[in-house]
Design a protein around this ligand. Structure first.
Ligand code: DI6
Ligand code: FE
Length: 414
């Protein structure tokens, strides 16, 4: 029998049936939710989605999992982490509790630079072990894809080291990794007072070398008074665009330098933080389809009071994603579930926005929406079966509702 004559189900490998499926795809139903549904997998891809009552008969070789009403969602995506670093900044937490601000600590040589010192001193194997340990914690929450930034090396060798580690995490674990070059995180001590010269080094040496080694999926920068100016960011983004590498930006976290507007104007995948975003910035993001990545962990940990303009983002139809921003200085919380909850409690998102913010819109922020982020035929079978049946629980609570089964590209993780 020729392949075209074979029944549609011939290449199916697994079926999850009697599930409450939240596809997270655009749909009139909140969460794209449907009860008593089935999802069929053919190898690493999703082959069929529909009501369990319409599921075609399947052959003996197909594993059938009866979900008994449990919730099935896309694998979660943490689209903003700084997962590779050494040391910790607990002493800075003490200083801040005594009244020092994040900016004051950064200006006096602490902050990001303290982590740069610890990270430069650590070996590649030590850093890899730390990153793997952290990635496993995220995976246990149902994360199947993570973005990992460099940015605590700030010289050629160290930045390449961090990006290689990001890639190795994706090779050693069943986890998709998007590696982001964040060499423009802050000015390293060797370039103190010479930020333009450091940007020269990033543009002429670090970015081309990292790109040549195949280590860069996107380029990021920290656009802030304590980091880089919009003019410097533009030079870096121009260089990234010449290499055909997508850009994203830490923008409007502590002040409004109009970074989001700049990033959107250059077609950025995302602009992240955005507490100080204004109307022009949101309108520019809407025009370019740039995703707003909200990072409530940093807002919470730094004791900020200014919230990102969620109502404005909704009005402008800017897609909203949520990341953990896991890092030792401003967001030491290794839990995307907690970030989802905080996005609701602190920023006023709905649980549905929170779930779509770590699935569909997070995939979009990583430029991978065609492959991931929703349960739709043809996409990778990155799926999580939960020990709950209602999707609101994923944002309403944390430390509860755990994954009972996780599939990464069709493979059951064990
Ligand atoms: N914004 C942040 O919140 C983190 N990086 C950034 O650009 C902070 C990183 C750190 O303090 O180590
Ligand atoms: Fe960040």
């Amino acid at each position: 029998m020729g392949r075209t004559d074979m029944p549609q189900t011939a290449d199916w490998t697994r079926v999850v049936t009697h599930a409450t499926v939240a596809t997270c795809a655009p749909s009139p139903a909140p969460y794209g939710l449907s009860e008593n549904s089935a999802v069929a997998l053919a190898g690493e891809r999703i082959a069929w989605v529909g009501p369990a009552t319409e599921l075609p008969a399947v052959g003996d070789g197909v594993e059938v999992i009866d979900a008994a009403g449990a919730l099935l969602t896309p694998g979660l995506i943490d689209c903003h982490t700084h997962l590779v670093f050494a040391g910790n900044r607990a002493q800075e937490f003490e200083l801040r509790q005594q009244g020092a601000s994040y900016e004051q600590i950064a200006r006096s040589g602490g902050g990001i630079l303290a982590t740069v010192t610890a990270t430069r001193e650590a070996s590649e194997e030590q850093l890899l072990a730390l990153a793997l340990q952290r990635a496993r914690v995220l995976m246990a929450e149902g994360i199947t894809c993570v973005e990992i930034k460099s940015g605590y090396g700030l010289d050629l060798e160290s930045e390449l080291k961090l990006l290689r580690i990001a890639r190795r995490v994706g090779l050693e674990l069943p986890l998709a990794v998007h590696a982001t070059l964040l060499a423009a995180h802050t000015c390293p001590p060797e370039f103190s007072g010479r930020a333009d010269d450091y940007i020269d080094l990033v543009v002429r040496t670090i970015l081309p070398a990292a790109a040549e080694a195949g280590l860069v999926d996107s380029v990021d920068a920290f656009c802030e008074r304590i980091a880089f100016s919009p003019t410097q960011v533009r030079r870096l983004f121009d260089a990234a665009r010449r290499l055909d590498i997508p850009v994203r930006l830490h923008a409007e976290q502590l002040s409004n330098l109009h970074g989001a507007e700049l990033a959107a104007g250059m077609g950025a995948l995302s602009a992240d933080h955005l507490e100080y975003l204004d109307e022009a910035g949101a309108a520019a993001m809407a025009r370019s389809g740039t995703v707003a990545v909200l990072l409530p962990g940093a807002f919470y940990y730094l004791g900020e009071t200014r919230r990102p303009p969620v109502e404005l983002l909704r009005r402008e139809c800017v897609p909203i994603a949520i990341g953990s921003d896991f890092n030792p200085g401003s967001s030491p919380l290794l839990s995307l579930r907690l970030a989802m909850n905080m996005a609701c409690t602190l920023f006023g998102l709905t649980p549905e926005e929170a779930l779509c913010g770590v699935t569909r819109n997070a995939a979009r922020a990583l430029g991978t929406l065609e492959e991931r982020g929703t349960i739709e035929v043809g996409k990778l079978a990155d799926l999580v079966l939960w020990d709950t049946s209602h999707p609101a629980e994923l944002a309403a609570e944390f430390g509860t509702a755990s994954p009972s089964r996780i599939y990464r590209a069709g493979q059951l993780l064990g």
